[in-house]
Design a protein around this ligand. Structure first.
Ligand code: NAD
Length: 332
């Protein structure tokens, strides 16, 4: 049945069926790092739910996947509350949708067109807390409010500094990922050992970080790109691009392929460039993130319960789009 012809009651029932399906997939993906469907399938069904909830806002439930970040944390890890939540990102799947996002912002808030374009690294979000410049705690995003303490595991990753170049208190956020070469080698090794291969580098990274024995993590050759701070009051920079450089000067590894865009055509060119370069990169990317460059504007725009209003992810089309779309089990 088409959404337009539904009553609110029918929409509520359909939405609940979609949520059950999405929650099961999210549990497999976030909690057990073992997805049973491609991301494009999840994204398509998620978009159906978004469409339905936009049309009938009365059917939205607080536990809907559209209202929450990530999923449960694993038992065995100490829980870490995130005083400043770790959010997800809104996503768009075409440059037209991206343009609408930028138009909405510039119309409503008189925002100058200055965005920082970054690669969307296909890994998992981590948070690193430093006191007097020394790493004291590292955690996963978890459900955005509460993550898992993985400090000992993160300390085995070479790109994460144990001591910063300045003795400051700071909480830095970014992405932990498994380079493509490490992923291939790990899956080959797992095959010879008779263990199930990881579905993709993102799940391999997540599975490798959330290990109770840090020696396992140490062998998995993970790396990081940091791109955000929980609180930037102590930093001098006023822009997202400046923030990346400041993080670099503190000792973090940042992704060097960011670019400030002043026009929509700059963004289009950035997307084209990295759509073509994507396969030749040493790590996986699943899209591009576009962020309002001014940190003051980021702060004043704020966030919904799930995503910042000052950033959006443009997701690349899935690699075997046709096969995946054909395999989608349409629910409505
Ligand atoms: P997301 O991964 O689509 O986007 C948000 C995340 O992007 C951030 O939390 C951050 O970790 C990451 N990121 C990477 N580079 C970044 C950068 N430069 N700046 C800022 N953030 C950056 O959203 P999500 O909520 O983590 O996950 C939802 C996605 O996960 C879905 O769209 C789907 O593709 C996938 N998923 C798949 C399944 C499945 O069964 N296959 C299930 C659940 C979710």
């Amino acid at each position: 049945m088409a959404f337009e012809n539904m009553t609110e009651q029918q929409a509520g029932k359909t939405a609940q069926e979609l949520r059950i399906k999405l929650n099961k997939w999210a549990d497999e993906y976030y909690t057990y790092d073992s997805p049973s469907v491609e991301d494009a399938v999840y994204d398509k069904v998620y978009q159906q739910l978004v469409t339905l909830e936009n049309q009938f806002p009365g059917i939205i439930t607080p536990d809907s996947p559209t209202q929450k970040v990530g999923d449960r944390t694993l038992p065995g890890f100490t829980k870490v509350p995130h005083d400043i939540p770790m959010l997800s990102l809104g996503d768009v799947f075409s440059t037209d949708e991206l343009k609408s996002f930028a138009d909405r912002l510039s119309n409503s808030e008189a925002i100058p067109f200055e965005y920082n374009c970054e690669l969307k690294i296909d890994g998992l979000a981590i948070s690193l807390r430093y006191e007097n410049g020394v790493l004291v705690q590292g955690s996963t995003r978890g459900n955005g409010q509460i993550g898992e303490d993985i400090t000992r595991n993160l300390k085995t990753i070479k790109s994460i500094p144990e001591r910063l170049s300045r003795p400051i208190n700071i909480e830095v956020r970014g992405e932990c990922y498994m380079p493509k070469a490490s992923f291939v080698a790990l899956n080959q090794q797992r095959q010879t050992e008779g263990a199930a291969p990881f579905a993709n580098p993102r799940n391999a990274a997540a599975g490798s970080l959330r290990q109770l024995d840090p020696r396992v993590t140490a062998h998995r050759k993970l790396s990081t790109f940091m791109y955000n701070v929980a609180d930037y009051d102590d930093l001098e920079t006023k822009t997202q691009s400046g923030l990346l450089e400041e993080l670099k000067s503190l000792g973090f590894t940042i992704n060097p392929d960011y670019q400030v865009a002043h026009t929509m055509s700059d963004i289009d060119q950035y997307i084209d460039k990295y759509t073509q370069k994507r396969d030749s990169l040493a790590y996986g990317i699943d899209g591009i993130v576009i962020k309002v460059n001014s940190l003051d504007l980021q702060r004043s725009l704020g966030a919904t319960v799930k995503v910042p209003r000052w950033a959006i992810a443009y997701k690349f089309p899935p690699e075997q789009a046709e096969t995946i779309v054909r395999n989608i089990e349409w629910t409505v």
